[in-house]
Design a protein. Structure first.
Length: 118
């Protein structure tokens, strides 16, 4: 069963950027190889049951993935709403006024330094 699952995961990872027909052909080949690797002979009742189990497992995995994605989407939406509510309670950020330039002039009067800032 682990081998079948590994082959399924491999098949799913290889399924990117292919047409539906190509994907179906790849999955069919993986299912066939998986069932034959488990010792079932093509055309027998046990082989057919194995293929049905492969399809059933794939459907269950797809449904579990869709459910997990929906739950993740809902969790992200809830987090966004919570962050908006938190932000609404925060005071607005302070307005920072630009600093006016400061000019200082100094004059040395016989060892005494006089400075004026304006």
């Amino acid at each position: 069963m682990k081998r079948a699952f590994t082959l399924f995961i491999l098949g799913v990872s290889l399924a990117g950027c292919v047409t539906a027909e190509e994907r179906a052909m790849r999955l069919d080949a993986l299912d066939n190889q998986s069932c034959e690797n488990m010792g079932y002979t093509r055309g027998t009742q046990l082989y057919l049951q194995c293929r049905q189990l492969q399809a059933s497992n794939r459907l269950a995995a797809q449904q579990a993935n869709a459910q997990a994605m929906a739950q993740t989407g809902q969790a992200l939406q809830n987090m966004g709403q919570a962050m908006q509510a938190r932000d609404a309670m925060l005071p607005p950020p302070p307005v920072i006024q630009p600093v006016q330039p400061v000019h200082t002039t100094c004059v040395n009067n016989v060892g005494v330094l006089n400075c004026n800032t304006y």
